[in-house]
Design a protein around this ligand. Structure first.
Ligand code: ADP
Ligand code: GLC
Length: 480
């Protein structure tokens, strides 16, 4: 099949979270399965400066209609792998920035223009180039306009640009909500600016467009597909999602085992596998050393890696600060984002510098070291569309402590509830329930044979993208 993807993040060219890993791994898996895969990404500075892009060719000059003006841009293409082409939609004014969505506390003010331009750039490349896609698959609000813009361009120009469209919701909490005047930039017919179109409480909602107008809609775990049909998790779009249940499916993400694999991970001081776990102890010692802790510490090390947003449940961890302070344990946190969360974590490290460490930055290598060097990975998310770190943890023999929501519930089994096949510890997304799970983690760690059994079961689980990629292939085929 000829499969086109459009995304605002793609590992290793731009990443703020799991979207980059998920789309990077899925598109690579599809290419390896012999499909012709093209991935569109905004031409961010980091992407253009990446060594892979050194060979990029300028493929097309763009003149994009944005409301009553035309904006120029260009398309550069390179191929990092057989069957895979990366298309960068470039316009310096919009994308020559270090971060994709905002600087620190605030979103960029021109995000509506930037991502409408991006989607239109994809459509124009499909129209003027020779791609002829079977399926165009777009991800999250930044690419959500694509199904609608494609059909609009087909109508205007009397052509077929893609046989089918697929839209994946990676996180319904981010919807691309903009003031009403942004609608004019889409140049879509006015009848789409109403309740059955992009309009949402007098604003425009780009994600709503993706959900309503793609031929198929997916989420990144089966449980999340159900959750977003409820007011509790639907973030105001539950009613819209309900109108598409017949075309909605939850396909669980996987782990890119070329990148997240303790047996080959170059970011680690030592490698290991279920057959020989001594390397994990070396990683643990290195992690303790990096944090300024005694390397011969014997108690459990709890790790966390996440974007600092309320979603990730860092507040539940903070609410249990006394437990961390009173127990013989270490807590290592890597993350960035919300300054309030960062400051509260920082205050905790000042209170107990000998046992709690914080790295407030983006650090890919450190994220691998924490996955490998911790004994438990703490991820008490309030909601979690899929979540990748709890899967990485299991692959790295690090027992996840997670809340029973979304993809976390789909990928972890509680070891106390199901002693014969448990792979982690689970709680409800509240502080008291997390406290109980943390206490059970301390007890589990004290029981070495039981801890090792849980660890081994997690490592034995197949989280590879083979399964997920097959799910998408079937979805594409069914839709065609
Ligand atoms: P989300 O996409 O909601 O952020 P996921 O669990 O799906 O959550 O994916 C998060 C990804 O981002 C993981 O690969 C994780 O290691 C990475 N990550 C998050 N914060 C950081 C950070 N500060 N430094 C490096 N990697 C990070
Ligand atoms: C989003 C979600 C996360 C998911 C990731 C990749 O960022 O928050 O749960 O794993 O997308 O699909």
């Amino acid at each position: 099949m000829k499969i086109v993807h459009a995304t605002s993040e793609l590992f290793p060219y731009m990443k703020t979270g799991g979207l980059a890993d998920a789309v990077g791994a899925l598109t690579a898996a599809l290419a390896d399965n012999g499909h012709e895969v093209s991935v569109f990404l905004p031409g961010y500075r980091a992407a253009l400066e990446h060594p892979d892009a050194a060979s990029a060719e300028r493929k097309l000059r763009l003149k994009i209609e944005m409301g009553d003006q035309f904006l120029s841009g260009d398309v550069r293409v390179f191929s990092p792998r057989k069957n895979l082409k990366i298309y960068l939609i470039c316009r310096e004014e919009f994308f020559d920035r270090r971060t994709p969505y905002g600087n620190g506390d605030r979103d960029f003010e021109d995000n509506a223009e930037r991502f409408i331009f991006f989607c239109k750039g994809v459509v124009e490349t499909l129209r003027l180039g020779d791609l002829r896609a079977d399926v165009v698959h777009s991800h999250d609000w930044q690419a959500a306009l694509l199904p609608l813009l494609l059909r609009d361009a087909e109508r205007r120009h009397g052509v077929t640009l893609s046989l089918k469209t697929v839209f994946t919701i990676h996180n319904i909490a981010y919807q691309g909500l903009f003031p009403a005047p942004a609608f004019a930039r889409t140049n879509l017919p006015d009848e789409l600016n109403n309740i059955d179109g992009l309009e949402y409480y007098s604003q425009i909602n780009l994600m709503k467009g993706g959900i309503l107008f793609a031929d198929r809609v997916t989420t990144v775990s089966p449980r999340y597909a159900k959750e977003i049909q409820t007011p509790e998790f639907g973030c105001g779009l539950d009613g819209v999602v309900q109108t598409r249940v017949e075309d909605l499916v939850g396909l669980l993400n996987g782990v890119d085992t070329a990148i997240w694999n303790p047996a080959v991970d170059a970011a680690l001081p030592a490698r290991y596998s279920p057959a020989n776990m001594t390397g994990k102890q070396t990683c643990r010692a290195e992690l303790l050393k990096r944090c300024g802790f005694a390397v011969n510490f014997k108690g459990p090390v709890f790790g966390m890696v996440c974007r600092f947003t309320p979603q990730k449940g860092v507040d539940l961890v903070l609410a249990n600060r006394d437990l961390f302070l009173a127990s013989e344990c270490r807590l290592v946190v890597l993350g960035s984002g919300d300054k309030r969360i960062e400051q509260e974590l920082h205050a905790l490290t000042v209170e107990a510098p000998q046992k709690i460490a914080l790295s407030a930055r983006l650090d890919e290598a450190m994220s691998h070291l924490i996955e490998a060097g911790s004994d438990f990975f703490v991820m008490p998310s309030l909601f979690e569309p899929c979540g990748l770190n709890q899967m990485y943890s299991q692959v790295y023999g690090t027992v996840p402590v997670v809340s029973r929501v979304g993809g976390l519930a789909d990928t972890v089994t509680d070891a106390d509830e199901r002693p014969a096949d448990g792979t982690g510890l689970m709680c409800e997304p509240n502080a008291a329930s997390l406290r109980d799970a943390l206490q059970r983690a301390l007890a589990l760690f004290a029981d070495k044979p039981r801890y090792a059994a849980v660890q081994r079961r997690g490592m034995a689980h197949d989280f590879s993208w083979k399964i997920a990629a097959a799910g998408y292939e079937k979805l594409y085929q069914d839709s065609l």
